[in-house]
Design a binder for this molecule. Structure first.
Ligand code: BGC
Length: 391
């Protein structure tokens, strides 16, 4: 009896659940009648991940598809801790930087794999005005505000719910009025959905009860080689953008949108990250490499292909689809070999790149940039999807 009780206690303690999600799909049979067929099983496994320094339990959820692609997301920061995809020989390896424990994530992270909010990217001096009221946010990046502040969405614990019928994980968070200095109670929902096409879709929704600003994104660092000791300079990138957003010395947009033609910022045709990253260029100097937002083409088309990254040796191709107007390519310029690498060793210079779909930096202070204002009664809605294949 005691043994039974103990096993039950252990079981509930580690809170392990294994949910097989059977996505039903209607299909026509030969006689043209609609029949219902069970197809596309996505499995979702929940496990205890750890406990935060303020004693909050953190769970992990692993979504796996029938091709063996799997993604693990933790409720702390909605962080993607691992993302495993096949290479051209069908070897499944992890392609995102991160850590192995909650302690490491809490100690110091350059936003590895995290959800970013309320505002992805920089706001000059952390100040903006709405209807004549000036708001002041934390200056957590020199004199600027970056990625939501001291305790942004990357450092809060989200409430998780498995959506069995779609093979998705729903994360919710209520950011209270004036949290990190932002006005309005912001009800935020992020849904991670895995498909059998090796696609991870991330959809975001938010509503507010007071006029506010929102610009959410996902901050995964990719290294498609699967070997985190290798720099990503050999990855070939495309970005479907004729213009980019030049920045000043502290990475705040100058307000100009500049043509990429004849600059190192032209990724309209595939080019390796390393090809032009060291050329003499004032913008590259300021970013210490690529750390800029591109003005994506076809902004009225909704979800479209924004960019891609290809790693020839492994054959892995990542395509990023989104309805956002901009994308920040950040080439891990601040990684300097001090942070522990989950494969052993440390994360060296430029061993990961981010493709962060978003509105342009400092939009609240730039009247000509697309608006990031959200009013009560409106719904903020945006979707980005990361599709993996081999070539
Ligand atoms: C920014 C970088 C920043 C990094 C955080 C990126 O999104 O563009 O400037 O250093 O996040 O580590």
């Amino acid at each position: 009896m005691n043994v039974l009780k103990r096993s039950l206690a252990v079981l509930s303690l580690i809170s392990f659940a294994y949910i097989s999600v059977q996505c039903k799909e209607n299909k026509k049979d030969k006689s043209n009648e609609m029949v219902s067929e069970i197809k596309n099983p996505i499995t979702i496994a929940k496990e205890a991940y750890g406990v935060t320094s303020d004693s909050i339990n953190v769970e992990s959820y692993t979504l796996k598809n029938e091709k063996g692609m799997e993604v693990t997301i933790i409720t702390y920061g909605g962080i993607i801790t691992t993302l495993k995809v096949p290479n051209k020989d069908n070897k499944i390896e992890d392609v995102v930087l991160g850590y192995n424990s909650i302690e490491e994530y809490q100690k110091s992270t350059p936003y590895f794999g995290a959800l970013i909010g309320r505002y992805g990217n920089r706001i000059a001096k952390g100040k903006f005005s709405l209807d004549g009221i000036e708001y002041t946010l934390a200056a957590n990046d020199g004199s600027n505000h970056l990625h939501g502040g001291v305790k942004g969405f990357d450092k809060v614990v989200w409430t998780a719910e498995v959506l069995e019928d779609t093979g998705s994980l729903k994360l919710s968070y209520l950011s209270k009025d004036m949290e990190e200095g932002y006005p309005g109670n912001l009800e935020t929902v992020v849904i991670y959905k895995l498909t059998n096409d090796n696609e991870l879709e991330v959809s975001y929704e938010a509503t507010t009860d007071k006029k506010t600003i929102v610009n959410l994104t996902q901050h995964s660092y990719f290294n498609l080689s699967g070997d985190f000791s290798k720099p990503i300079l050999d990855h070939e990138i495309t970005i479907n953008a004729d213009k980019f957003v030049p920045v000043d010395a502290i990475l705040i947009p100058t307000g100009e949108l500049k043509d990429v033609a004849n600059t190192p910022f032209d990724f309209r045709v595939a080019k390796s990250v390393g090809q032009d990253i060291e050329v003499e260029n004032e913008q590259l100097k300021r970013g210490l490499g690529y750390d800029h937002c591109w003005v994506l083409n076809n902004q009225n088309e909704g979800i479209r292909l924004t960019s891609s990254a290809y790693h020839k040796e492994s054959g892995r191709l990542l395509e990023v689809f989104s309805d956002e107007p901009g994308i920040q390519l950040y080439t891990g310029n601040f990684l300097d070999g001090t942070l522990p690498n989950k494969q052993g060793g440390t994360y060296g210079h430029r061993t990961g790149f981010c493709l962060e779909t978003q509105h342009y930096p400092d939009s609240p202070n730039q009247k000509d940039f697309p608006s990031v204002v959200l009013n009560p009664g409106e719904k903020y809605k945006t979707t980005t999807s990361f599709k993996f294949s081999v070539k």
